[in-house]
Design a protein around this ligand. Sequence first.
Ligand code: AMP
Ligand code: MG
Length: 330
Amino acid sequence: MKKRLFVIFTAILLVFIVLGTCFVDFLYKKTTQTEFSMGTLVSFALFGAQKDALLQASDLLSEIENASSVTISDSQASKLNALGTTSNPFLLEQAEVCLDVFLKSNGAFDFSIYPVTSLWAIGTPNAKKPESAELNEALLLVGSQNITLKNGVLTLGQAQKVDFGAVGKGYACDKLVALLRDKTRGGILSVGGSIAVWGKSGLTKNSYKIAVRNPFSTDYAGTVLLSEGFVSTSGAYERFFEQDGTRYHHIIDPKTAYPAQSDLASATVIASSGALSDALSTACFVLGADEGKKLLEKYNAQGVFITEKAEIIVVGNVNFTANEGFEVVK
Ligand code: AMP
Ligand code: MG
């Protein structure tokens, strides 16, 4: 009799465990999507998402792209460059971050670099090394100190042109997370080199593993464990062309008008917002390890820098694990 009761009890328990597991799987059901937007691959992995979550996320992404992209001729950003002024909320929010990081990075980050980057045209079929006279002329227009953001109006200096390429992908992460937080239990999304994680992927799991790319090949240099936040990476490997045996990449030092040549091969930054992590990763790549670290400290942000010598420098409190072949030196 006792044995029979035990068998029945065990059977009921098993049924509950199976049902419970199915219920948890259902609650945290994973939905994925990859699309092309903002000139890059955008991927979503959502846990326990409402039906319309991905559709709304795609619509929002198109809205941000149509406002911010300087390669779309009738975007708000192109109109800003033609007219010198805008009140578009997406652009104002991005400009606020750009102007702040410009000041704190002593001009290493400057979104008015556009006249120079358009001469290089890196990432387009017309990429070429410009004449130094052309670069010097374009440099005369560069300088975010001539840009004002007052009473909801952004105004460029005479003939200035801006490009949101260094902040836009992270900014898109901010906007998408704000939308998806209430429509999911958790998720991870990436817009090119910018990543956001939030909420939970399962009943107990609450940390997401984010791979940090090896800037010297196509594998990974290590992983960051993060439960909530924004991570962006800037590296010379992202976009470049070669001419006469020299490699020219897409991150320009506003002091020289040439591709930045610091001691870093890549800069990964973890910050309180996507726009900030994106702007800071670009700025750190230009500044190099020592000045980059000081900049991150001003924002209470963290980082994983990979130097040209393939050494890893961790800035602040980051849960980082290096892969074989890489060593954390600081
Ligand atoms: P990211 O990949 O986020 O580092 O951004 C690189 C993009 O930002 C480039 O493709 C340019 O459009 C733009 N850019 C290049 N150099 C700078 C700079 N020094 N400051 C701000 N934006 C830049
Ligand atoms: Mg950036």
